[in-house]
Write a protein that binds this ligand. Structure first.
Ligand SMILES: O=P(O)(O)OC[C@H]1O[C@](O)(CO)[C@@H](O)[C@@H]1O
Length: 548
């Protein structure tokens, strides 16, 4: 039993509350006017990431008080326990060691007295050898033809990570191979993924930590049926066209996949923290083992930064504390992540699981209800598209929405030369938006433009919307690893401050159990009387629409 003082009873929390009152409506305009160096002083450098947090509603005092809160809540102690492999996921009695997945070969990290690092590298080596065989055409299917298509079947952490990273690193992929990602149990997903593929040239990568997830096993079974039917082959074809990424060898074998074609990981890797484990196999086939290792080095660089950088320079600590500040003292309900890169189109969807499944909790580690805001709603899409959709609400709506802006100095290396000049326009938008959000446009400025008085309120921008800017030279595998590790540790910091278990996900269980109960009612109609009135009515309409 963890007997920590409740967050809202800590003097450090009260001090922040008082400071917030003193800050009142202080505008970013005033903060910048008061400190000519703010724009350069409130910046950090982590690896290849330049982080500007000057457009946040904080002063030196705010930052000092937030760091005191981090000390009082034991963030550093929990961080060190995580890196040491202690079982900090207490509700599941598990270590939390995604950091071991990118540790160098000679590192020693023990779980239950066993060094896990050699096992991590053995799997990476096995993945590399397999990837090279597929990429070079040496891995052939049942009919002897080389594999040209790879279909990843998984959901949640077994889909979002590799699917996101594949998009991000598209310009580093083997353009001669086709990659698809199937997650939805809606048959349309698999249908669209395979309809134009030649089964003789198709490899299915079944990604599931537990190998019991109903969506994944259903899609994998359908994929197997499709393949065997199309190839007019027997079970023996499975070994050539199916590999598994899992912790559960027994279930993999039961499904009919040769465990020699299974790439293992471990229960100390959470699903949403797993794409740099064996779950990244599809990505490794796409970008090659060397690029994959560069990505892991990027992760490791930020792991080391988080572990060793002093609090004043510690980027994940800072980002985590800013989120705590806005949630508790500005009542922020959401956090927007707005990448100015087409390749990051799935980045925010990935972060949604990372953040919301981790910190979407309402009881603390002792099971006591929390009285403070925990994880925000994370949302967003690539920048300029968002500008023409929902930015209006961020600029002039009534909601308080802190946002991260992510951009790159260079377009991707293989962009058609004729498209390169567009990059400056993209980035001009990137810089203009955080400027407009921070400083707005006063009624006086609007009037000075000769705007009719009745339109002045409509054309005024209040500003004072906080943003953090993350800028890197280019979007490389290493930079992607750095970005993901930055957000992983930000989420960690927040969970530590809020004293919640960021590594379980009990909240997804109830829906799964109920779906299992409802499915037979849909097919047979029996048991409808045990459903609540609304659900029974809906099921009845559904059955009649399906002619049952
Ligand atoms: O990899 P698995 O075991 O199929 O689980 C998939 C996803 O399901 C969840 O458990 C949530 O239902 C996620 O945490 C996980 O990433």
């Amino acid at each position: 039993m963890n007997t920590k003082t409740r967050l809202d009873r800590m003097p450090e929390w009260a001090a922040l509350g008082k400071h917030r009152e003193q800050l009142g409506d202080t505008h970013l305009r005033e903060l910048f006017a008061a400190d000519a160096n703010r724009g350069s002083a409130y910046t950090l450098r982590v690896g290849d990431l330049h982080l500007d947090y000057s457009k946040n509603l904080v002063t030196d005092e705010t930052l000092a008080l937030l760091r005191e809160l981090a000390v009082a809540t034991g963030v550093a102690g929990l961080r060190d326990a995580m890196f040491r492999g202690e079982k900090i996921n207490t509700t599941e009695d598990r270590a939390v060691l995604h950091t071991a997945l990118r540790a160098p070969r000679d590192a020693v990290i023990e779980v239950d007295g066993e060094n896990v690092v050699p096992g991590v590298h053995a799997v990476l080596d096995k993945m590399a050898a397999f990837s090279e065989r597929v990429r070079s055409g040496q891995w052939t299917g049942h009919t002897g033809r080389p594999i040209r298509n790879v279909v990843n079947i998984g959901i949640g952490g077994s889909d979002l990570g590799p699917a996101m990273a594949y998009e991000v690193l598209r310009s580093f992929t083997d353009r001669g191979l086709t990659f698809r990602f199937v997650s939805n149990v809606d048959g349309a997903d698999l249908h669209e993924a395979v309809r134009d593929l030649d089964p003789a040239e198709t490899l299915f990568v079944i990604a599931s930590k537990t190998f019991t997830t109903i969506e994944t096993i259903t899609n994998a079974t359908s994929a197997r049926d499709w393949l065997l039917t199309e190839l007019r082959a027997g079970q023996e074809a499975v070994a050539k066209h199916f590999v598994a990424l899992s912790t559960n060898a027994e279930k993999v074998e039961e499904f009919g996949i040769d465990t020699a074609n299974m790439f293992e990981f471990w229960d100390w890797v959470g699903g949403r923290y797993s794409y740099d484990s064996a779950i990244g196999l599809t990505l490794m086939i796409a970008i090659g083992p060397d690029r994959f290792r560069e990505m892991l080095d990027g992760f490791h660089l930020v792991d080391e930064h988080f572990r060793t950088a002093p609090p004043e320079e510690n980027a994940p600590l800072l980002l985590g504390l800013l989120g705590v500040w806005y949630g508790a003292f500005f009542d922020a309900q959401s956090h927007a992540v707005l990448p100015y890169s087409h390749y990051l189109s799935k980045f925010t969807a990935y972060l949604q699981q990372l953040d919301m499944e981790s910190n979407g909790k309402s009881v603390d580690r002792d099971g006591r209800p929390v009285d403070w805001q925990t994880g925000p709603v994370v949302w967003g899409t690539p920048g300029t598209n968002g500008q023409h959709a929902y930015y209006q609400l961020i600029h002039q709506g009534t909601k308080f929405i802190p946002a991260d802006f992510i951009g790159f100095a260079e377009p991707v290396a293989d962009l058609l030369p004729g498209l390169v000049p567009q990059h400056d326009l993209l980035m001009a938008n990137f810089f203009a938006q955080t400027q407009a959000l921070a400083f707005g446009k006063t009624p006086e400025e609007v009037r000075a433009e000769g705007v009719a008085e009745e339109l002045v309120p409509h054309k005024t921008f209040k500003g004072n919307h906080p943003t953090t800017t993350i800028l890197a030279k280019e979007l490389t595998p290493s930079v992607l690893g750095q970005l993901i590790a930055l957000y992983e540790h930000k989420v960690f910091v927040q969970g530590a401050v809020w004293n919640i278990d960021s590594f379980d996900q009990w909240g997804v269980e109830l829906g799964k159990v109920l779906a299992k109960r409802i499915e037979p009612v849909l097919t047979t109609g029996e048991g409808a009387d045990r459903l609540d009135g609304s659900t029974a009515g809906l099921v009845s309409v559904y059955r009649s629409l399906r002619g049952r």
